[in-house]
Ligand binder design. Structure first.
Ligand SMILES: NC(=O)C1=CN([C@@H]2O[C@H](COP(=O)(O)OP(=O)(O)OC[C@H]3O[C@@H](n4cnc5c(N)ncnc54)[C@H](O)[C@@H]3O)[C@@H](O)[C@H]2O)C=CC1
Ligand SMILES: Cc1cc2nc3c(=O)[nH]c(=O)nc-3n(C[C@H](O)[C@H](O)[C@H](O)COP(=O)(O)O)c2cc1C
Length: 178
């Protein structure tokens, strides 16, 4: 396929790569696993997320992509606060709880939490946590991209992180040999 620079983005995307092909390809892109929590007027919620990325250090900003059909969606948008808790290697069961259809109280009962500056739950034994306020957002397809200004960082002392790769959990902590 040759790309004509005058094509609108949607035209190029429409009949090229199917969602199935895209997901299969994405399954090979290893990513850190996070539990994104939120609390506020709409109540306490949390979900597992790999679609989290650093945007800029000035001001410190993360982005989080949240499916608009997720049960947590309205609460996160109303609270406008969230905490990105980066999971350690022993957190695979916790990730599955926050990634499934489990009731909210059952999700949070499986771990220990404290409250961050934003009011969102911070996971006690996370590798690191980024407590944030949602400053901007943009809809792309099925998801809302949340731009999150970081209010507070909490560093843990966990040696190994949890990585999601080829639809399974892996532990990482040792530097690759060069
Ligand atoms: N970014 C997202 O929204 C993600 C959603 N999931 C959810 O977990 C379920 C199980 O996922 P897997 O076992 O990894 O198998 P899968 O075949 O559904 O997904 C493979 C990979 O594709 C990407 N992906 C999955 N659903 C997506 C979506 N709706 N939008 C954008 N990217 C998506 C993720 O990188 C995922 O690891 C998925 O069906 C999805 O509901 C999982 C990972 C990321
Ligand atoms: C490993 C993993 C990563 C996920 N990453 C994302 C993500 O980045 N964005 C997203 O919207 N949903 C993601 N999900 C799915 C949400 O965690 C799930 O939709 C959320 O828990 C809401 O589920 P519910 O609608 O049953 O409450 C992921 C799930 C798993 C297991």
């Amino acid at each position: 396929m040759t790309l004509n620079p005058s094509f609108a983005h949607d035209e190029v995307v429409a009949d090229s790569v199917s969602p199935q092909t895209f997901r299969e390809a994405m399954s090979k892109m290893g990513a850190a696993v996070n539990i994104v929590t939120s609390d506020g007027p709409a109540g306490k919620v949390g979900f597992a997320a790999t679609a989290v990325c650093s945007v800029t250090d000035t001001p410190p900003t993360l982005l989080v992509c949240l499916n608009r059909s997720a049960s947590v969606f309205n609460a996160v948008m109303e609270n406008r606060t969230l905490c990105v808790n980066v999971l350690s290697s022993g957190h695979d069961r916790l990730s599955n709880l926050f990634g499934g259809k489990t009731p909210v109280e059952e999700r949070f009962a499986a771990a220990s939490w404290h409250r961050g500056a934003s009011g969102a739950p911070v996971l006690d034994d996370a590798v690191v946590s980024f407590d944030c306020v949602v400053t901007e957002s943009m809809d792309v397809g099925t998801h809302r991209v949340l731009f999150c200004s970081v209010l507070q960082v909490s560093n843990g002392d966990e040696a190994e992180a949890l990585i999601y790769f080829k639809r399974g959990y892996h532990r990482v902590g040792m530097a690759a040999a060069v």
